[in-house]
Design a protein around this ligand. Sequence first.
Ligand code: GLC
Length: 426
Amino acid sequence: MNPTWVMGFPDGYETGTFLALDMGGTNLRVCEIILLEEKGEFDLIQSKYRMPPDLKTGNGDDLWEYIADCIQQFIEYHHEVEDLEKVGKIPLGFTFSFPATQEYIDHGILQRWTKGFDIDGVEGKDVVPLFEAAIAKRKLPIKLSALINDTTGTLIASAYTDDTMKIGCIFGTGCNAAYMENCGSIPKIASYNLPDDMPIAINCEYGAFDNEHKVLPRTQYDVIVDNDSPRPGQQAFEKMIAGLYLGELFRLVLVDIHDNRNCSLFLGQDVSQLRKAYTLDSSFLSFIEEDPFENLTETGDLFKRELGIVANKPELELCRRLAELIGTRAARLSACGPAAICTKKNIKTCQVGADGSVFNKYPHFKARGAVALREILDWKPDQKDSVIILAAEDGSGVGAALIAALTIKRIKAGNMAGIKNKEGFA
Ligand code: GLC
C-alpha cells in the first residue's frame, strides 16, 4: 500500500503541454499530451519503442541510456530544438509501473522488480536521479514532475473524463490497482501531519497479496512458476492471474500430463518446443478460447504452427478446457482486487477504470470478472451491477500528464506535501 503523493482528482479543466514516459512491460512509450481548455479534452501524439528483451535482465546504466535515447529521438522528431529552448523545460510524468517507496512525488525507491524484470543496480535506489542523470547528459529540456504507477495514472485519467470512476486497475502483464484514500487513515504518513480528510492516491501493489500463502490454494504449477521466477516468494497473487504467467501455467500443465500422467497426451509427438519455458504467452490461450469451431480446427492449426504438435480431437478438447480453467481462475481472482477496495472503503456504487492486455484482449475476462464481483459483493439476483469495471482512459499517457499538471497546480496553491525538488518546480 504505497502512498503516491497524488493528492486528489482532476476537475477536468487542467491545461498545458506535457511529456509522458511509460515503462511497464514490453514497450517503452513516449507521449506528448496537450490538455485542452474544454473539460476532459486532450490531444496526444506518441511513439512506441520496443524494449530489447535482454535489457529486462541487463544492467541499470543501459536501461537509463536506452530510455533517454528514446526520449531524445521523440523530441527531435517532433520539435525544432530552438522552439523548445523558447518554452523552457517541459514537465514530464514518468509512469514507472513497479513498486516504489515514495517520500515525495518526484522520488521513488524501487522496492523490487516485478513482472520478470531483473535489472542490476536499481533495486533499493531512487530511480529519479538515475533517470535525470541520463536526461542531463543529453541536455534534454525536461523536468520530471511526477513519478507515478500505471494504476494511479489509470485512476486519474479515468476520473478526468468520468467522475464516477473511483478505482484504477491494471489487468495486464501484471495486476494491481489504485484508489483514493484520506490521509488520516494512513499511519505510514502520520508524521507529515496532513489534514485527516486530505485525499491521497494509494498504489495497492496487491500483486504481492498472499506472499505468505495463507489464503489462496496454489497448484503445483503455481509453485513452479514462482520457484523458477527471478524473485521467488514475491508477487504470489500476480503469478496466478496476470498475463505474463497464463501461458506458462498452461504449458506446465501440458508438460506434466505428457510426462507424468498415464494418459498418452501427444503420444509420439516431438514436444521439445513445448518444453521451453515462457514459449507461450497469454495470446495463445486467448486464441484457443476464441476458436469458434466445434472440432477446434483453429486450435489444431495453432499447435501445429507454434509447437510442431499434431493434436487429435480429445487432446484439443483438453487444451480448450485447460485454457478455460486458467482464464476463469484469472478473471475471478482478478475481481477480488476491486471488490476488496470497495469493501474497505464501503463503496456501494462506482465505476472502475481498467486497462491492460488481459482486460482488453482476453476473451470472456470481463464477463467472468463481472459474475465473480456479483458473488463476492453478494448482490441480490434482481439487483443491477453496482460496481462496474470499464475500459479506462490511457493512464500512462494522459494520466501521467494530468498528475504532472495536478502537482504543479497544487504547488502553486501552496500544498508542498510530498514535493522534493521545490526549487526545480519554481
Ligand atoms: C506489477 C507492478 C505494479 C504494476 C502492475 C501492473 O504488479 O508491481 O507496480 O502496477 O504490475 O502493471
